[in-house]
Design a protein around this ligand. Sequence first.
Ligand SMILES: Cc1ncc(COP(=O)(O)O)c(C=O)c1O
Length: 381
Amino acid sequence: MTQNFLQWVEIDQKAFSHNMRQFRRLAGKKSLLLAMVKANAYGHGMIPIARLAIETGADWLGVHSLEEGICLRRESLTCPILVSGYVPLNRLEEAVEGGLRLTVYNRESVRKLKSICRRLGKSVRLHLKVETGTYRQGIPLRNVFSFADEIRKGKGLILEGISSHFANIEDTTDHSYARYQKKNFQEVIDELEAGGFDIPIKHMSCTAAAILFPETYFNMIRTGIGIYGLWPSKETYLSCLLQKRRPLSLKPVLTWKARIAQIKKVPSGSLIGYGCTYKTTRKTTLAVVPVGYYDGYSRRLSNQSYVLVKGIRAPLRGRVAMDFIVIDVTDIPGVKQEDEVVLIGRNGEEAVTADFLASLEGTINYEIVTRINPGIPRIIV
Ligand SMILES: Cc1ncc(COP(=O)(O)O)c(C=O)c1O
C-alpha cells in the first residue's frame, strides 16, 4: 500500500501499547489516565492514536481545540474528552452539544455556558484552570473560590475538575519551582474543600511530572510526549537518575519515510540546490527525495542532517526546499529510484531520532514530531 505514497508516517502499534502500559502502571488504580492527543496526536495521527490509546488503557482523551474534540466525537469516540484550550464564545454551544469537557478560566465563558445550558436543557462538565505560576491560561489564585462559586450556582454547570500546568518541570533538575506550583495548587484545593466544594477530578501532571513526582498525580495524569515514546527532555531523564528511579523504557512510536524520486550522478564541483550552498568535492551520486519544509522537514536542517537509506546514513546536501531535499548516496551501493528513505526512525542498526533533529535545530522533540504535515498518511504497523 505504501507503494502509492511519496511519503508516509508509520505508527508502531506495539511500541505505543508498550508506552501506554507504563503510564497505566504509574497511574495505577487511583488516578485516571488522560492521553493527550492534541496537535494531531503530537504528529502521530489523532484518530488512530485516540483509538489505540483507549484500547490500551487511557480513560480520557485530551485535546487542545473544539475542532479536535468534535472530530473525535464524529469518529464515534465516546469516552470523556477534555478540551484544554480556549473555545470562542460563539462556539461554546457546539462543545455542550458534543458532550465535551471544557477547561475554563474566563467568567464570560462560564456565563455564556450557563445560558446555553438553560436554553438547551443540558449540562456541561467544567474544569477550572488555576494559575499556579505558568502564566498562560488560568484563574489567579485569589479569584478561584469566587469563580468556583459562580459555577456552583449555575444550573447545568457541573464543576467536575480543577487543573493546573507546570512551567519548567522539563527544563531543569532543580524542581523547586515545580514544588512551588504544586503548593499553590494544593492550597487552592484546600481552600475550596474548606468552603464545601468537593471537586472530583484534580490534575496537573504532564509526562515529566508523571515520571518524576507521584505526589503531583492527584487523581488524573495527562500524558503526552511519553506515550509517543519520547522523553520530555534530557533533564527529565537525568532527574530520574538523580532520584535513583529506574527510567521508563520508552519506545519511539513514529517512523517517517519517503521514496526516492530521482538518482543522478554529478561531477565534482557541482553546486546543489537553492543558494548553491553545497559544492561537491568528488564525483557524487545524489538522490532527490520529495520532502520539504512544507511537510515539516525544517529548512534549518539544510546541509546539517542525514537520512537513512538501506540502514546507512545519507547526508543532506544543500538547502531543504519547500518540497524536496537532496541527499548524497555515493557510498551506499545499489540505491535506485523509489527506494525508501527514513527521515525519522530506525533503519537497520542506525536511527535518526527526533531528539537528534531537535538538537540540530535548537528546538525540542515535541516540535519535530508535531509539525509533520497532517496531510501525510499515517499508517499503523
Ligand atoms: C495542559 C496540558 N496538559 C498536558 C500536556 C502534556 O504534556 P507532555 O506532553 O509533556 O506530557 C500538555 C502539553 O503541552 C498540556 O498543554
